[in-house]
Design a protein around this ligand. Structure first.
Ligand code: IMP
Length: 214
């Protein structure tokens, strides 16, 4: 089965390939000059992109996937959120760190809480007229400085919350069975990022639903 992933981001394609390859689904990148709609809501953006993607699908019987993600920082009332791409292209990770410069505490738990943030991904899968929407969230916090070489986007400044043995995210300050020990997404490999990833969580929910598609 072929799944066309509409995105210009090779990092996202690598993550989706890694995930779907375990389920016998071949992921291919669908790239064209899409119009980036400006909306307050990730789902609205993703659904509008699906409409565009359908016009470029090589075979109408193939599946098409669109995903829209953003970083939501609590102290900034959810900013950059749907403006994540714009913020990365303008002020970048250093700019985001500067916006949070004043938020620090000598108590590590308090410090983490002040810098609380989450990644959210909305994935939309379309197959022969049917659409499934799934959400994935990865809670965590913003680091004090960039760390690591891998990944893309905000990966160098995002530290995911630890996970318990069932893969559930723990409150900031609790040590879990799965932990990056304070390292960012950029400082851990892709395979390890998948344990926490908002994208992986949204894709896993989609995969569970694929069987329901006619
Ligand atoms: P998009 O619109 O879904 O491509 O995502 C908005 C912005 O958030 C892009 O600039 C991405 O680089 C960034 N972003 C999305 N997911 C991630 C992630 O898993 N790690 C780091 N940055 C991400």
């Amino acid at each position: 089965m072929i799944l066309w992933f509409m995105t210009a981001n090779a990092g996202k394609v690598a993550e989706a390939k890694e995930h779907f390859s375990h389920h016998g689904i071949e992921v291919k990148q669908l790239e064209f000059d899409a119009i980036e709609p400006q909306a307050d809501d990730l789902e609205e953006v993703a659904l509008s992109k699906i409409e565009q993607a359908l016009e470029h699908l090589p075979n109408p019987d193939d599946m098409v996937l669109v995903e829209d993600a953003g970083l939501f920082i609590e102290a900034l009332n959810g900013f950059p959120g749907v403006y994540s791409s714009y913020v990365l292209n303008t002020i970048g990770n250093e700019g985001v760190l500067k916006l949070l410069n004043h938020l620090k505490s000598d108590d590590p738990i308090q410090d983490g809480k002040l810098r609380n943030a989450e990644f959210k991904a909305i994935s939309v899968l379309h197959h022969r007229g049917q659409t499934i929407v799934a959400e994935g969230i990865c809670p965590g916090r913003i680091a004090h400085s960039q760390d690591g070489e891998d990944g893309f986007g905000f990966d160098p400044i995002f530290i995911p919350a630890d996970l318990d043995g069932d893969g559930n995210a723990l409150p900031i300050g609790e040590i879990g069975e799965v932990s990056t020990h304070g390292r960012t997404f950029s400082a851990i490999g892709l395979e390890e990022k998948q344990l926490y990833s908002h994208r992986r969580r949204a894709l896993a929910t989609l995969l569970n639903s694929i069987g329901r598609l006619g």
